[in-house]
Design a protein. Structure first.
Length: 50
C-alpha cells in the first residue's frame, strides 16, 4: 500500500473514532492534519507524473 492511501486510511479511521468526552479535546486535529498531508502528497505525486 502506498503512503498516500495509508495516510488516507489512517485519517478516515481517526475521523470515525469517537471523540473523548472532555471539553478540551483536540482529537479532530490529528485526523485533519493526516488528511491534509495525504492530500499534499497526492498532489505532489500527480505533479511529478505530468
Amino acid at each position: 500500500m502506498n503512503s498516500t492511501s495509508q495516510l488516507m486510511n489512517e485519517a478516515m479511521s481517526r475521523a470515525r473514532t469517537p471523540k473523548p468526552q472532555d471539553n478540551h479535546s483536540e482529537a479532530y486535529r490529528p485526523a485533519r492534519q493526516v488528511a491534509l498531508a495525504a492530500r499534499r502528497e497526492q498532489n505532489r505525486q500527480l505533479a511529478d507524473r505530468n
